[in-house]
Design a protein around this ligand. Sequence first.
Ligand code: NAD
Ligand SMILES: O=C(O)C(=O)C[C@@H](O)[C@H](O)[C@H](O)COP(=O)(O)O
Ligand code: ZN
Length: 370
Amino acid sequence: MSEPTGTVTTIPVTGERPGEDYEVLVGHGLLGQLPRLLGERVQRVLVVHPRALRSTGDVVMEELRGRGYQAFTAEIPDAEEGKHVQVAAFCWQVLGQNDFTRSDAVVSVGGGAVSDVAGFVAATWLRGVRVVHVPTTLLGMVDAAVGGKTGINTAEGKNLVGAFHPPAGVLCDLDTLRTLPEHELLTGMAEVVKCGFIADERILELIEGDPQAVRDSQSGLVRELVERGVRVKAGIVSADLRESGRREMLNYGHTLGHAIEHNERYQWRHGAAVSVGMVFAAELARTAGTLADDVVERHRTVLGSLGLPTTYRWDQWPRLLEVMKRDKKTRGNLLRFVVLDAVARPRILEVPDPAILFATYQEIAEGAPR
Ligand SMILES: NC(=O)c1ccc[n+]([C@@H]2O[C@H](COP(=O)([O-])OP(=O)(O)OC[C@H]3O[C@@H](n4cnc5c(N)ncnc54)[C@H](O)[C@@H]3O)[C@@H](O)[C@H]2O)c1
Ligand SMILES: O=C(O)C(=O)C[C@@H](O)[C@H](O)[C@H](O)COP(=O)(O)O
Ligand SMILES: [Zn+2]
């Protein structure tokens, strides 16, 4: 059985009702903590992981079997291919064929795509069973595994079907990041930068201070960024699980970002698309006259220092606008964006006039007439 090496940071998340609080653990060698997070009554566990993470999935299975659980596995397609209703149906079939009851549980092992679909499976099986997330990407640790948003994509857009279903716990074992390619680490950093702009300026200062250490997943800096990102998210979802207000701020950069992902048929990583979306939102706030020039440029500098994209194709605007209409923040025909008045001062901006959006897109698009 594995034991933690070094200190374990525990970040609490408050649920809506008594008994729904949970912990996010950050550290090294944490897999042995799974039984504590699963709780006492669980007998059967379904471990959901993509093919690419088979060896980590196997370690988790062994850990569970060693502790007396009946462990089953559902190996699913990689990345966004996994966020499909047929993949959820496959998992429901495995649960059904192995007699999973309401006192059994699901464990996700993988990036945000895996926690989203496995969380959705847990939310829907018997109308809800426990789920514990073991995120293996930076993005999964700081964002997707925390807060209980679960979901799958449809042909019309991203995350259009889903449920709020908070986990029973989250294990951020930094050892799992050792095999994560640099591109995945850096696209995950986009969500960390997001937390910096909406809530915690120290995150921006840390990245600006040492862009090289940001690229080393085992550095103390990355650990601090993970913990700060989780604290931002934990604070917000503890106050507003169902996104009736404050939680919308976590969608900074996502209105255009999701449209770009959809337009690219998910060949762009989520974080890369959100990076462009944040620059767009910053320019929108400048157009609205509320955000200072230096903060807008800071978006380009900090995201650019991480090798993240800050522009997108000019000729795609009509398609992006179509997809943005289905964003979850839209009300009727009114598009709503998260914008900043300053660092750590986010708010909603309603934009009834598409001409304003078009003019703003001109500021970020490559190949735009100027
Ligand atoms: N529910 C939420 O609150 C929330 C928040 C943010 C993002 N998301 C969702 O998360 C998804 C993006 O997550 P992501 O960036 O983690 O992408 P991902 O889950 O698609 O994983 C990216 C790639 O990294 C590989 N990988 C994962 N862990 C690895 C490891 N340790 N070593 C080597 N390779 C590894 C995966 O196999 C995959 O190819 C999107 O679908 C996004 O919508 C959800
Ligand atoms: O947790 C949230 O709330 C977020 O908005 C976090 C986002 O980073 C994340 O990508 C989320 O999945 C977006 O959700 P959606 O409701 O816009 O589909
Ligand atoms: Zn996101």
